[in-house]
Design a protein around this ligand. Structure first.
Ligand code: GLC
Length: 652
């Protein structure tokens, strides 16, 4: 049962699509206090597990720390970070009673989950204008299913988006992309997507292409398509301030950018230098911004990644002016430029709270201060694109994912988890976020494989790929200036080829399970306890996941390991894809095991009485041949395969 409460005058986020009556009875599972801001408090039993929060640091069980929902551009995802790029305000308390809480509040919100007091869950915000949803049910899984039922269907990408993608901040010219493609095709390493980071643009201007490098961009897109490659360009939130740039000029003329309290335009600096933020909370401005994607669609593009949409701010014109004013007296005459130069380089102006409280959106003629709706920006930028695609390409699914998000955005696109590092701990973090994101509706998700920041290593990349083989968005992406990490940069590249090819062998299964989860409001990745609710050990398992209805994954994520310990809640088929192309299967009984998994092997487990389909690998998704299908696991079992053309939108 879902209870909906209304406090004050909430901003309509449209996170929830179900039309629910308001509840007037008191909240049964906790104390709500709105005397000053909002506060929800309840007691946690000693063994209660708290699930949820989507994109956040730490484990699947979120208990023992404090998390702040405030979309933040911070590339240092260490354990004590309270905020990452997304804001996913849904938690499930798995205990007695068992209930879920969704706080539909787009402002800053804190989840103190046994941090101040280990027996207390305290959710609070300065904002008291919000909707609160309380869901009860028999199990945490049941609660998640109910929650998913009220927030609308998850985004469905095209089938090619389940292929492998290569990306790097630094690919600039057609030659750069051709080289990456040739290396893959020559070595028969599958590849479906090449991602275009900001260098494809002219001076980082959205919806432009560098004319010198790409004199005939549509011809280049077509050249790639002939080789079955989808180019996926990045779009950033900030629109460059530059006379003669039509997107800027039209946005100014029509009043589609966010503004300061005095009506002048808010001017933050991001990659292009000075920019304005399209006011994507205003439906008219949102339609206008979405319409801009057309120029790239018309060039043949069928996928996008939306970035810097927390929205990230390096510093703002107004912030710099304040700073100069503060220090003017301390500076010698005429020296404030030096200060500005320091400030421009200093991260201390980046993502400043003052800036987020400085600018406004126009919502139905009302001025809404940004910090009160901060967490909705990435959501609505992505919604802008998706709504435009539905208008401009009604017969086609377009690949779309975003860095920042809020619950509700899961209907419009996927997410990638931003600027992680080439750290072993980030393989585990990637795994732990998967079920949490699925609980919040985000199914098309993935992390930068190999790590975005820091120099990667061959063994780390291999182990990461061995997890990513199972993850919908499988993209190797890295930052500029660090060690390159395409498969061909390493010795014995055949090992990397082997792992990537396993992805394609499993692809019909992964696609089928993704589609069943999307169409059925289900999770693709579940904590073990969701599938084995009576197993006393399952709630403790933080490094294994159930995938779809048949599989359990337990990747190796530690350096120099030749295998790992794994817990089997029931008898399972331990499957290993060996580098010579053969497959080893061994039925293991319920219980704890140590299993050997060499650096060049992909391992997984198939549940008792289940089987999964497997096909021959191919070099791109469209070349997969279902005629080569065989089955792994219990050969007496049947598997119901979902399949479709992978491109036509699926009616709701
Ligand atoms: C941001 C993105 C990253 C991208 C970079 C340059 O840091 O998160 O993926 O490569 O910007 O566009």
């Amino acid at each position: 049962m879902v209870r909906k409460y209304k406090f004050g005058a909430p901003f309509e986020t449209e996170a929830v699509t179900a039309d629910l009556p308001l509840c007037s009875e008191p909240c049964p599972y906790g104390t709500v206090d709105t005397a000053s801001g909002f506060s929800f408090t309840c007691t946690l039993g000693a063994r209660d597990v708290v699930y949820g929060l989507g994109e956040a640091v730490r484990g699947i069980n979120k208990r023992g720390y404090e998390y702040v929902s405030f979309a933040t551009d911070d590339g240092n995802h260490v354990e004590d970070k309270r905020s990452l790029y997304g804001a996913h305000n849904f938690v499930v308390v798995a205990g007695t009673p068992c209930f879920g809480v969704f706080v539909d509040c787009p402002a800053r919100l804190t989840f103190d989950i046994g941090y101040t007091r280990q027996d207390t869950l305290h959710i609070y915000s300065e904002c008291a204008d919000l909707y609160l949803y309380i869901i009860d049910g028999g199990t945490p899984y049941d609660i998640v299913r109910q929650f998913r039922g009220i927030i609308g269907r998850s985004y469905i990408p095209p089938k090619f988006a389940f292929g492998y993608g290569q990306s790097r901040w630094g690919y600039k010219t057609p030659e750069d992309f051709r080289t990456v493609l040739k290396e893959h095709r020559d070595a028969h390493v599958p590849l479906d997507m090449l991602y275009m980071d900001i260098d494809y643009m002219q001076d980082y201007k959205d919806f432009t292409v560098n004319g010198e490098n790409f004199p005939d961009f549509p011809a280049f897109v077509a050249e790639m398509q002939r080789q079955h490659i989808h180019l996926v360009p990045i779009i950033d939130a900030g629109v460059k301030v530059e006379d003669g740039y039509p997107v800027y000029e039209e946005g100014v003329e029509k009043g589609y950018f966010c503004h300061n309290a005095d009506g002048s335009l808010f001017t933050p600096a991001v990659w292009p230098g000075w920019t304005h933020f399209p006011d994507v909370l205003d439906p008219e401005a949102r339609a206008w911004f979405g319409g801009q994607y057309r120029v790239l669609l018309d060039a043949g593009i069928d996928g996008f990644w939306n970035d810097m949409n927390e929205p990230a701010i390096f510093y703002s014109k107004q912030g710099l002016a304040d700073l100069a004013e503060t220090y003017r007296e301390a500076l010698p005459e005429g020296e404030d430029m030096a200060l500005l130069r320091v400030a421009q380089q200093g991260a201390w102006l980046a993502g400043s709270e003052k800036d987020y409280a400085r600018f406004y959106h126009n919502v139905g003629g009302q001025m809404v201060r940004h910090d009160t709706v901060h967490n909705l920006y990435g959501y609505n930028m992505t919604r802008a694109a998706a709504e435009a695609f539905a208008r401009l390409r009604p017969q086609q699914r377009i690949l779309l994912f975003s860095r920042s998000s809020y619950i509700g955005m899961h209907r419009y696109g996927g997410i990638w988890t931003g600027d992680n590092r080439s750290w072993w701990s980030h393989i585990l973090l990637n795994l732990q976020m998967l079920p949490s994101l699925n609980m919040c509706g985000f199914l098309y998700v993935g992390a930068d494989i190999g790590g975005f920041g820091s120099d990667t290593t061959r063994d780390l990349l291999l182990r990461w790929l061995e997890l990513a083989v199972f993850v919908p968005l499988m993209r190797n992406h890295s930052g500029t200036g660090i060690r390159r990490q395409e498969f061909y940069q390493f010795e014995q590249p055949e090992d990397l080829r082997h792992v990537i090819r396993v992805r394609y062998r499993l692809l019909p299964y992964l696609y089928s399970e993704y589609m069943k989860a999307a169409l059925g409001g289900d999770m693709l990745f579940k904590p073990l306890a969701f599938v084995y609710p009576d197993d006393p050990f399952a709630p403790q398992v933080e490094d294994q996941l159930m995938l779809g209805g048949e599989v359990m994954i337990a990747p190796v994520y530690t350096q120099n390991a030749a295998g790992r310990y794994v817990y089997l809640p029931e008898e399972m088929d331990f499957v290993k894809f060996l580098p010579d192309g053969t497959i080893a299967e061994q039925w293991l009984p319920q219980g704890h095991h140590y299993v050997e998994i060499a650096l060049n092997e992909v391992a997984m487990f198939i549940r008792k009485g289940r089987c999964i389909p497997l096909v021959d690998a191919a070099e791109y998704v469209d070349a997969l041949d279902l005629g080569t299908m065989q089955y792994l696991g219990d050969k007496t079992a049947a598997y119901e395969l979902y399949d479709d053309d992978g491109i036509t939108p699926v009616a709701e």
